[in-house]
Write a protein that binds this ligand. Structure first.
Ligand code: NAD
Ligand code: ZN
Ligand code: ZN
Length: 346
């Protein structure tokens, strides 16, 4: 089968011919119908693989959708022909975090060498994908896999980040969303659908600010050295109750902290350079502000998001690419010229 593989640090991914996998005991084989391209792949491809415990070549793609075509010995409860999306942050299924569906925080994943598809295990940007357990599949019924697959990360990660702050998003509050790309444009829609907070989006050019407005941002502000002051002009002295930073480099984290209000949450989702961080301290940060860096989301939250998708309240912006065009999708991602999510349709 064809697969898009990360073959060397700093190099472009390559479409390669590899053996079609067969499901082992407990596993499920999907014929991939759609696979999303995430900015985290760019980070992984430009850093030493040993930093993530991964080996090259690696088939990319941690957002996957497919049709169940075969199951391994012992698999019950899922029929061939079922259309599914894949819950990606695989865990052991048994530890305290996994017992709550928070497999993204599995306490035994490192010890058991369990890695997500596309981030260690073979990923979804291929014709077929092995999923380690039917527990990691969510049926999507008649939803379009191309428009739905971004929910597995570009939706799930902001949904998890927003849910933990819902109690702070009272009417009259402000939420600042930094970076209106794959994750950010879903975050804006989730904020609008789930809360009555008012949303200020930050991004780097007029086209992206217009995109943020088109998906529901009340205000859009250029993310430059004056951004914090310009946001404060909108929020007034109260500042933001929640800041979601989908970039995560030091300048955006500094902006995030500068617009945060008393008792706010500053939630840093973007990986940035993997070294930047928020400064918290008396006189340095707003009183009782909390800074956090979450990772992905819970199994139950993906099920909730698929239910939201059935309700038709989300409008996921997708740019489609074939498997042969997948390297171009990664070029566009790195150049920052995508509108929403790039999705590979094998
Ligand atoms: P993306 O490239 O689709 O979107 C990034 C957006 O940020 C773009 O609109 C871009 O124009 C904008 N941007 C870039 N620099 C900016 C700046 N200085 N100020 C304001 N906006 C700026 O990326 P994505 O796939 O949505 O991922 C966003 C980030 O989240 C990445 O760092 C990714 O690695 C990370 N991520 C983290 C998790 C997690 O679990 N924590 C999960 C998925 C992705
Ligand atoms: Zn991702
Ligand atoms: Zn676990």
């Amino acid at each position: 089968m064809k697969a898009l593989q990360h073959v060397a640090v700093g190099a472009e991914p390559e479409v390669r011919e590899i053996p079609t996998p067969e499901p082992g005991p407990g596993e499920v084989l999907l014929r991939v119908t759609a696979a999303g391209v995430c900015h985290s792949d760019d980070f992984v491809m430009n850093n030493p693989p040993e930093n993530f415990g991964i080996e090259l070549p690696l088939t990319l793609g941690h957002e996957g959708a497919g049709e169940v075509v075969a199951v391994g010995a012992g698999v019950q409860g899922i029929d061939t022909g079922t259309n599914v999306v894949v819950y990606g942050p695989w865990g052991c299924g048994n530890c305290w975090f996994c017992a709550q569906g928070l497999e993204n925080y599995c306490s035994r994943a490192a010890e058991l060498r369990i890695l997500p598809p596309g981030l260690g295990a073979p990923g979804a940007i291929a014709e077929y994908l092995i999923v380690d357990s039917p527990r990691h599949l969510v049926p999507i019924g008649d939803l379009d896999p191309v428009a739905t697959v971004p929910l597995t990360d570009a939706g799930l990660t902001p949904y998890h980040a927003i849910k933990r702050s819902l109690g702070k998003l009272r009417p009259g509050s402000w939420t600042v969303v930094i970076g209106s790309g794959g994750l950010g444009h879903v975050a804006i829609q989730l904020l609008r659908h789930l809360t009555s907070t008012r949303v200020i989006a930050l991004d780097v050019n007029d086209e992206k600010l217009e995109f943020a407005r088109s998906v529901g941002a009340h205000e859009a502000v250029l993310s430059d050295a004056n951004a914090a002051g310009n946001v404060r002009k909108i929020t007034g002295p109260a500042g933001a109750s929640l800041v979601l930073d989908f970039v995560g480099f030091q300048p955006t984290i500094d902006t995030a902290m500068a617009v945060a209000g008393v008792d706010s949450d500053v939630t840093i989702v973007g990986i940035g350079d993997g070294k930047s961080g928020a400064r918290i301290g008396f006189g340095v940060s707003p009183y009782e502000a909390t800074a956090t860096a979450p990772y992905w989301g819970a199994r139950a939250e993906l099920i909730e998001l698929i239910d939201l998708a059935h309700d038709g309240v989300l409008d996921i912006a997708v740019e489609r690419f074939s498997l042969d065009e997948a390297p171009e999708a990664y070029r566009r991602l790195a150049a920052g010229t995508l509108r929403g999510r790039a999705v590979i349709v094998p």
